[in-house]
Design a binder for this molecule. Structure first.
Ligand code: TIU
Length: 235
């Protein structure tokens, strides 16, 4: 089924497509979190919550595979590159005590996914130490085991973890569709150019569309096309 997209329609194959929601974590999105503490305007990211929530609900209803990622590190910081730890030059670093527990540390409240997009049992959660979701994770293996070749990528931030993940996915042979209303950047100009960089040059990294077009397509999916090996079906 064709999804209206730029630079040209995206041919959605539901059984071979996964929804990959990037880093919708409390510390990036919630007022009072680490992101806001650094001076960022979290409302720029929060606009993506409602569209993601609608999309995830429809995706689940269709029985398709959804995965979630979280950026973060082990409590002992052994997976944190020293260069990443000191980057920014500020007083507060990854692993330090922040407003919602230790910053970007697995298991801390701020590291968790926001309540609106809480993963359901059976939906893989990928804990990633880098910006890209493929680096030092088992994401590629999980997708290959389910014969996934297409990704709908949403989440935050558009120019950092979403773009890095789309580029990693593209090099691994996946077709990526990014939904402009379901991704967010603290910086409006990076939101615009982060999307332009994906769809430029004939879709150099993938396609860009809007969630309304995917929701319309999901309403039309015949039951026979649905991936019956998705966790919600097999668990
Ligand atoms: N998830 C993600 O994008 N991590 C970041 O650090 N993003 C910033 O924009 N800083």
């Amino acid at each position: 089924m064709k999804i209206i997209a730029e630079p040209y329609p995206f041919e959605l194959q539901p059984a071979a497509c996964a929804l990959l929601i990037i880093d919708m974590q409390r510390d990036f999105l919630e007022p009072g979190g680490f992101g806001e503490m650094l001076g960022n305007d979290v409302s720029q990211l929060r606009r993506a919550i409602a569209p993601n929530s609608r999309l995830l609900a429809a995706w689940r209803r269709a029985g398709l595979l959804a995965l979630h990622t979280r950026e973060g590190h082990r409590p002992d910081l052994c997976d944190l590159p020293p260069a990443k730890k000191i980057r920014g030059g500020g007083k507060i670093q990854i692993g330090d005590q922040g407003p919602m527990g230790r910053i970007l540390i697995r298991g801390e409240p701020g590291h968790d996914i926001i309540a609106e997009l809480k993963p359901e049992p059976g939906e893989p959660v990928i804990d990633k130490p880098g910006k890209g979701a493929f680096f030092a994770t088992d994401l590629h293996a999980i997708l290959q085991n389910r014969d996934i070749t297409q990704l709908i990528v949403t989440g935050v931030t558009t120019e950092v973890c979403v773009n890095t993940t789309v580029r990693e996915a593209n090099d691994r042979g996946y077709d990526c569709l990014v939904l402009e209303d379901c991704v967010g950047s603290y910086f409006p100009e990076f939101q615009e150019f982060g999307l332009k960089m994906i769809k430029a040059q004939g879709g150099i990294f993938g396609w860009v569309s809007h969630s309304e077009h995917v929701l319309a397509a999901l309403r039309d999916i015949p039951a026979s096309l649905i991936n019956h090996r998705s966790p919600s079906k097999s668990a």
